[in-house]
Design a protein around this ligand. Structure first.
Ligand code: BGC
Length: 757
């Protein structure tokens, strides 16, 4: 094993500074005479984008398997499968001499407009964290590194390089950080990539609190932090904040700035040494894995097909699917000939092969006759003749399969979608075809939700196929013909309309800042709390079979937070064919000091069941499943009381509820302060203890000052008003009759309260 400390001692200041900035767009700086190799990174996260010319940003990339996009992967809710994809991507990295793959991305889907949502997993931090853990563990089990990105609060592409995400502490801790936290703690990614944007006024790259205090100190992160490409503004400040490696390189001026800062004493060399240490640990770890060779493209294509099938979500089905006996099938829509399988930007893969959806249908269609009509033009223009042709084909067929995709560049890194719509032409096409052919199946290719209200009524079935990767054409055919029983469920809510979405009034921000005004209420947390109806709720997805939930059990009715809880339920496949069910466990807190969402996902399991088969699904809920982040205590807290354990098939389809009582083991200090109201004093046990005699006086005085008649005069209950007034203000009211100044009295009471902490 390399003695890193010794190596650092041997390195010159120039060499250390150079190591902390890339040598090229995708490589780190080697130091040959000390045997420090260069390390190569390549984009992910849906496959390897290893450019042919390693010194070029966007030269053609070497063919690699294009797996389904992250949105599709998350819809599988299958951590083991995602783990296998991670392993396969690592094998391709090894063959292409790549040390670290730049993914996964775990930013929350705050708004469905974010151009990069296809690259992210979910609107739910728990689900995103679990999927990321599966992916990272898969890749790293083969000796290849990952880069968990984009840390943090990069939830829109609009002004991504400069926008200030203004996020309150609670939302940050409960929504925007937990997927990163879970991935860091459970899967230990070799690298974490900081975001472009500012978080609460400071660029992520220069954000000491984020990179050092939270990531490295609080979570115990041991790898290194890499900048997003070009995200650093001040190299010295970034190093001090905990940004170890700046990418891309070369950037001579940056290296010089670091050398100068150390020489002038502005930068402590120990800070530089720490970043060098972190980078070297990973560089040498990566070097252990022997690179080269080839990978099994056919095997990985098959895995991509399986994953695409598992991620597809059957949104609607009146029984037309799976297709059985139809002999005359009209295939309509360009997406049937030109697979819409990945999004735009750095994740774009050069696939090893690409399924043609039409041809794949043909392979499974037996002796059925398939016609094809283009349906809609490539751009957003209107061409009635295309609709007429589609209608003609549909009218003479037994069933129409309508493949619709968003325009190729609408979903991309670098900008957001302006709307959630298909083109006017596509909507007119769907309406015309469904009007003439009641047996119309709409196959949707998009990386994120589209609105459907105008046409969904007329469709016999709707399949959300996502950006499905290179083998998606075959996977669609598998599902339509019932070779694969759909089992994907939505990892994000599909709204009726854009105006319903949680961030609508705060997006995209103005004057350089986007305020996360909805706080912790994103995704289903918002729709549930506001009772806003949705087109399809979080966690929703249909199957060709049906499942029954029976016999829910919890390990204890009363339990201590630190002991957690085990929850089980028996799930039976009550239909005729094998299928998979995703059992979701949500937690609902009956009462809490701070507002909580009506329900939050805290566990899930995917179970494979033969017809008639029953399996017991068991999941565990730990301390965090019941806790929330309290900004005043600056920690996750639990409170005594009742919780509902909601076991369901989706966030809107709860099948069993168990009520349990939690005993908190926390002994929290009092958070009373000079601004605390009378109510806060009375609700704080030690506060009420020391306040009791004075409280009695206040109460009596109020009663004598205000007769019932007085209350009626001003139409107010004086005690109600008093309770929400700070104790200090109240004492000022009593003025001269007090033994000492109100400030002294409150400080004295506070001292007594805090002496018992
Ligand atoms: C993206 C990253 C990507 C990097 C390298 C950036 O623009 O935000 O996700 O890994 O480029 O291509």
């Amino acid at each position: 094993m390399t003695d890193i400390q010794n190596l650092i001692k041997k390195m010159s200041l120039e060499e250390k500074a150079a190591l902390c900035t890339g040598a090229g767009p995708w490589t780190t700086t080697p130091v040959e005479h000390l045997g420090i190799p260069e390390m190569t990174v390549a984009d992910g996260p849906h496959g390897v984008r290893r450019v042919e010319d390693i010194n070029d940003f966007v030269s053609a990339s070497i063919p690699a398997t294009c797996f389904p996009s992250a949105a599709s992967m998350a819809s599988t809710w299958d951590v083991d499968l995602i783990n296998k994809i991670g392993e396969a991507i690592a094998e391709e990295c090894i063959a292409q001499e790549v040390d670290v793959i730049l993914g996964p991305g775990v930013n929350m889907k705050r708004t469905p407009l974010c151009g990069r949502n296809f690259e992210y997993y979910s609107e739910d931090p728990y689900l995103a964290g679990e999927i990321a853990v599966g992916f990272i563990k898969g890749v790293q089990s083969k000796g290849v590194g990952t880069s968990l990105k984009h840390f943090a609060a990069n939830n829109q592409e609009y002004q991504r390089s400069t926008i200030n995400s203004a996020v309150d502490e609670r939302a940050l801790r409960e929504i925007y950080l937990p997927a990163f936290e879970a991935a860091v703690k459970e899967a230990k990614p070799w690298t974490v990539m900081c975001a472009y944007n500012k978080l609460n006024g400071t660029y992520a790259a220069e954000n000491h609190r984020l990179l050092t205090e939270i990531l490295k100190e609080e979570w115990g992160y041991e790898g290194f932090v890499v900048s997003d490409w070009g995200a650093v503004h001040d190299r010295v400040e970034a190093l001090e904040a905990g940004l170890d490696l700046e990418m891309p390189g070369p950037r001579e001026r940056r290296v010089e700035a670091v050398i100068k800062a150390v020489r002038s004493g502005e930068l402590d060399e120990a800070v530089l040494d720490e970043s060098v240490r972190r980078i070297l640990e990973i560089v040498f770890k990566a070097a252990v894995t022997k690179k080269g060779g080839s990978f099994d493209a056919a095997k990985n294509h098959a895995l991509a097909r399986r994953a695409a099938g598992e991620g597809m979500v059957l949104l609607k089905n009146n029984g037309i699917l799976p297709l059985k006996t139809q002999k005359n099938i009209a295939i309509i829509g360009r997406a049937a000939q030109e697979a819409y399988y990945q999004g735009g930007g750095s994740s774009h893969i050069n696939p090893t092969q690409l399924d043609n959806p039409f041809e794949e249908l043909q392979k499974l269609a037996g002796d059925a006759e398939l016609s094809y009509a283009e349906g809609y033009p490539m751009d957003e223009s209107f061409d009635q003749a295309l609709i007429d042709q589609a209608v003609e084909n549909a009218s003479t067929a037994e069933v129409a399969l309508l493949y619709v995709s968003l325009p190729a560049t609408k979903e991309s890194e670098g900008y957001d979608r302006p709307d959630l719509d298909f083109s006017a032409h596509q909507v007119a096409l769907i309406k015309a075809v469904t009007a003439i052919q009641p047996n119309t199946v709409v196959v949707l290719n998009s990386g994120a939700p589209v609105v459907m209200s105008e046409w969904i009524e007329g469709a016999a079935a709707v399949l959300q196929a996502w950006m499905m990767g290179q083998a998606g054409g075959g996977a669609i055919a598998d599902v339509l013909f019932g070779k694969v029983n759909p089992s994907g469920k939505l990892a994000e809510t599909f709204p009726f309309k854009l105006e319903d979405t949680p961030a609508y009034v705060n997006y995209p921000g103005e004057n350089g800042t986007v305020r996360y005004g909805e706080g912790i209420f994103i995704g289903y947390r918002y729709y549930n709390a506001k009772e806003v109806p949705t087109l399809f709720p979080f966690g929703y997805g249909m199957s060709f079979t049906s499942f029954d939930y029976q016999n829910p059990k919890v390990s204890a009715d009363n339990f201590r937070d630190v002991d957690g809880l085990t929850v089980s339920v028996e799930v039976t496949n009550t239909g005729e064919i094998a299928g998979k069910e995703i059992v979701q466990v949500y937690v609902h807190d009956h009462e809490s000091k701070l507002a909580r969402p009506p329900k939050e996902l805290k566990a899930f399991a995917k179970v494979d069941l033969q017809p008639g088969e029953t399996k017991t699904v068991t999941v565990s809920l730990d301390f965090r499943a019941f806790a929330y982040y309290h900004p005043s205590y600056q920690q996750w807290i639990t409170e005594n009381g009742e919780f509902d354990i909601l076991i369901g098939a989706s966030s809107a389809d709860i099948r069993c509820t168990e009520t349990v009582t939690l005993q908190s083991t926390l002994e929290l200090p009092s958070i009373l302060n000079r601004d605390s109201t009378l109510r806060e004093w009375t609700e704080d046990p030690s506060g009420m203890n020391v306040l009791a005699p004075l409280y009695q006086q206040i109460h009596e005085q109020m009663l004598s000052n205000f007769s019932e008649n007085d209350s009626a005069q001003i139409g107010m209950d004086p005690m109600g008003f008093l309770l929400d007034t700070p104790l200090l203000n109240l004492l000022h009211f009593f003025g001269d009759g007090l033994p000492s100044s109100p400030e002294e009295m409150v400080d004295d009471l506070l001292a007594k309260v805090h002496s018992t902490d």
